[in-house]
Design a protein around this ligand. Sequence first.
Ligand code: HPA
Ligand code: ZN
Length: 326
Amino acid sequence: MDIEKLIDQLPKTELHLHIEGTLEPKMMLDLAKRNKVTLPYETVDQVAAAYQFNNLQDFLDVYYQGMSVLIEERDFYDLTWAYLEKVHGDAVRHVEIFFDPQAHMERGVSFETVLGGITSALAEAHRQLEISSKLIMCFLRHLPEEAGYEALECACKHKEHIYAVGLDSSEAGRPPELFSRLFASARDHGFKTVAHAGEEGPAAYIKTALDDLRVSRVDHGNRAFEDPALIARLAQQQTPMTMCPLSNLRLKGISDLTKHPIKRALDAGLLATVNSDDPSYFGGYINDNYRAVAKAVGLTAADIIKLSKNSVIASFLPDGQKQNLL
Ligand code: HPA
Ligand code: ZN
């Protein structure tokens, strides 16, 4: 079977996806109108033209502005449903979705409004599309650790809907260990932990994500390759890495997709996976990421099969459900 068909048909999970990063330009403009929010754009082309980034912060500025149109529960429902319908066509069978409640609460949108919209769409997708899911609540690392406790308290009231906590937003100068106490508290409350590390920050941030935040997965992790001992540890522990090729390209972590480390990761025996991160902003959903990186670095059919299986193994699904997808 050719590689493209394999990518289209293999059952897979998506483990690194910010739901707010699925806001397509058309939906952004429609919601701005519906909610009477003023944006600096009037047309889809103008929105798309703003998606030129030199680094993570450039993107985050546009991302936080874009999400200002999300106000009502049905906005979060519509956003989540559109994503799930889209990846249903990519043979995605299970998703583990990030959301950024602090970015909404600071605009006066309640935690329950956000969670209600997202979880209703996830439940509908389970019924209609047979896509299962888990939710990961991210703390914003550009804010102080103390600011995360309010979100954690909210999450504790909705444990049935939130499986893990994560760490996202601006990475440089904000090492994981700044959030050690918050993550310890989250673990005490029974949440699993993950963290973005080594996207722009150094390999040392991946180590402290493992040692201080006790993460089950590393989100991105590209800069691990600067430390051979760390690569050996990640391979030995089989710590999953949720890599995002088009994101790395668009945020200029790599100058060219041929330089993406996914093949190196597989060759080093890492439990690497392919994901889309913020597909609306970075020009592609999960299968677009598989296709683009496969072509650029020359992935074989065996590599593609391995990556789809890795996505299942790296998920938080119970073993029995993993077996159904392997
Ligand atoms: N990196 C860090 N924080 C984020 C991202 C990302 O790619 N997307 C949304 N928040
Ligand atoms: Zn991310």
